[in-house]
Design a protein around this ligand. Structure first.
Ligand code: NCD
Length: 309
């Protein structure tokens, strides 16, 4: 029996396929309950702390919605300048303090490895909501949930990850999570923003066929899912380099004429200019459905790590 009670959610490569299946099934059950308008009280009496030391719209709000939909309550630091971190408090001390207030903690932080550091400071479950250019495991769980919903399966698909593969934590986590399935990956990026070598090596080690290319049109012709990403401006030391790379890939409606039939377009959002707004009405444009899937998937994660599923 797989059981996530008391576990931290830190990285995508921590999961077995059985654990992912459990999260997907639990999310489906919660989504159905929401659709039927049932009131849930799984998390009654529990408090979630959301600590966001980097900007967020979807991740924080969908975690908070998830907790409220399960009958729990939420406390939050959504503005880093309003917390004692701005006075120089260490992450360790912040977490030691918050464990006295909350039963489960969701953390977003600019530093790679921050979630692991937080987890070492407390027995409370820590959920990594993004650690700098590192990992974003709950995003990749909702991405997998979305692919399953849109396509019915993941095994057998060709999935293209496009854009900033160097700094994009969503694609780092998603690529690693997809190694649990029988997929082919097409990694589309400018030379300067390629997927880190350690991750590509890990994918190959797991037997995943990987192609690295700069050619978006070719990827469109052969992919079942196209996962676009934003160039991560905030990670660049040199803004001129960002300016050089920012328009690298822009998906427009007319480009979809050359796409594989039935292609699904995903994006973790926020988008800047990498998907033209005329793509939004395309049947396979799944990115706003994907964002909505964050709620049932995060309900499942919260309920499972607290033993309330
Ligand atoms: C992403 C993130 O924060 O990594 N957003 C999200 O959580 N949906 C993607 C991004 O900021 O580009």
């Amino acid at each position: 029996m797989v059981d996530l009670k008391g576990k931290d959610i830190l990285r995508a490569d921590q999961f077995s396929r059985d654990e992912v299946t459990l999260i997907m099934e639990t999310a489906r059950r919660f989504e159905k309950a929401l659709k039927e308008g049932r009131r849930l009280d799984n998390m009654q009496g529990l408090i979630l702390a959301t600590l966001f030391f980097e900007p967020s719209t979807r991740t924080r709000l969908s975690f908070e919605t998830a907790m409220l939909r399960l009958g729990g309550q939420v406390i939050t630091v959504a503005e880093p300048k309003s917390s004692s971190a701005a006075k120089g408090e260490s992450l360790h001390d912040t977490i030691k303090t918050v464990e006295g207030y909350a039963d489960v903690i969701v953390l977003r932080h600019p530093k790679i490895g921050a979630a692991e550091e937080a987890a070492a400071a407390t027995e409370r479950p820590i959920i990594n909501a993004g650690d700098g250019a590192g990992q974003h495991p709950t995003q990749s769980l909702l991405d997998v949930y979305t692919i399953l919903k849109e396509k019915g399966t993941i095994d057998g698909l060709t999935i293209a990850l496009v854009g900033d593969l160097k700094y994009g934590r969503t694609v780092h986590s998603l690529a690693e999570l997809l190694t649990l399935y029988d997929v082919r990956l097409v990694l589309v990026s400018p030379e300067a923003l390629r997927m880190p070598g350690e991750i590509v090596a890990k994918l190959k080690e797991k037997g995943i066929p990987v192609e690295e290319t700069e050619d978006l049109e070719a990827a469109l012709r052969k992919s079942d899912v196209l996962y676009m990403t934003r160039i991560q401006k905030e990670r660049f030391d040199d803004l001129a380099e960002y300016e050089r790379l920012k328009g690298s890939y822009v998906l427009t409606r007319s480009m979809l004429d050359g796409a594989k039939e039935g292609i699904t377009i995903m994006h973790p959002l926020p988008r800047v200019d990498e998907i033209a707004t005329d793509v939004d009405t395309y049947q396979g444009a799944a990115y706003f459905r994907q964002a909505a899937n964050g709620v049932p998937v995060r309900m499942a994660i919260l309920a499972l790590v607290t033993g309330r599923a």
